[in-house]
Design a protein around this ligand. Structure first.
Ligand SMILES: C=C(N)C(=O)O
Length: 125
């Protein structure tokens, strides 16, 4: 089991890691739209926040030695299901292999953000 940690993605907000690799599989924490350069949420719209989330996940994937093409499953959390279409527009640019997915609306997310995404990906060994 190997912990994944990169300064190119936001630091954990609590007692968790950015990701773990075990048996050739990466499990990430949920990423929210924190810009790691300033350690804060600067994006405001669902489109901007989804971009930042995907960029953050891209850095965690890279650190683990894998990429978006190897993602098996994502779980997406939206603060408002009314954002579903706009979220999908940006999400679809990154997850072009269309991994399995669950998408749910939740009451609130950390730091009051609009979306959070976690994923499971294969890591070539
Ligand atoms: C942002 C998170 N992944 C968390 O608080 O668990």
């Amino acid at each position: 089991m190997k912990v994944v940690a990169t300064e190119k993605a936001p630091k954990a907000l609590g007692p968790y890691s950015q990701g773990y690799v075990h048996a050739g599989v990466l499990y990430t924490a949920g990423q929210i739209a924190i810009d790691p350069a300033v350690n804060d949420v600067t994006a405001t719209t669902i489109e901007e926040q989804t971009e930042q989330v995907c960029k953050n996940l891209g850095e965690v994937l890279k650190e683990a030695g894998t990429d978006f093409a190897h993602v098996l499953k994502t779980t997406c959390f939206l603060a408002d299901m009314g954002d579903f279409g706009a979220f999908n527009e940006v999400y679809g640019k990154y997850f072009t292999s269309k991994p399995a997915r669950s998408c749910v609306a939740v009451k609130t997310l950390p730091k009051g953000v609009l979306c959070e995404v976690e994923l499971i990906a294969a890591v070539e060994e």
